[in-house]
Write a protein that binds this ligand. Structure first.
Ligand code: FE2
Length: 169
């Protein structure tokens, strides 16, 4: 389908993020069931709740703009989830290593989301959709907080994986 103006590009981007968030909510539930570290588990639980709210908000934004979102496939999100699943599988029973894999997957996902929402916010502002931009900014802040948390927590998980490797060597 051709995209002929900024509004159409914006709606397309929003539809892609709806698909991404739907994939990520499932993936985070899967990761939560495999995570061992308490901080990682708490972060996932909190962000699963936030992601559910974000999906509701994205739907509301579409109705605020008096449109509905077309069916879209976010192939970057799809690949991120598939790659994460594959690595978790490969880490097998090594729970310390699995936690590192999960933290890396969350980090990649959150930074991808940040990079996706930022231009959507700029476009909404440019088109004068102020409330829409504000709501998207709220979502962006949650993604940024989650990204910060996972980046901060990663060194401890990596250290843990290193010492568990030494213990089993
Ligand atoms: Fe997120």
């Amino acid at each position: 389908m051709a995209i002929s103006n900024l509004q159409e590009l914006f709606i397309h981007g929003l539809a892609e993020m709806q698909d991404a968030e739907e994939r990520f909510i499932k993936a985070q539930k899967q990761m939560l069931s495999k995570a061992g570290n308490d901080t990682l588990q708490a972060m996932l639980k909190e962000h699963i709740g936030q992601t559910g709210e974000q999906l509701d908000q994205i739907k509301n934004l579409a109705s605020m703009l008096e449109t509905s979102l077309p069916q879209a496939t976010n192939s970057v999100a799809k690949t991120l989830v598939e790659e994460g699943e594959k690595l978790i599988e490969q880490a097998g029973d090594n729970s310390a290593l699995r936690d590192v894999v999960i933290a890396e997957a969350v980090s990649k996902v959150e930074h991808f989301e940040i990079g996706s929402y930022q231009p959507l916010i700029a476009a909404a502002e440019q088109m004068g959709h102020r409330t829409v931009a504000q709501k998207l900014n709220g979502i962006l802040q949650q993604e940024e907080m989650t990204a910060q948390k996972v980046v901060k927590n990663a060194p401890a998980l990596i250290k843990q994986a290193q010492s568990s490797k030494e213990a089993s060597a």
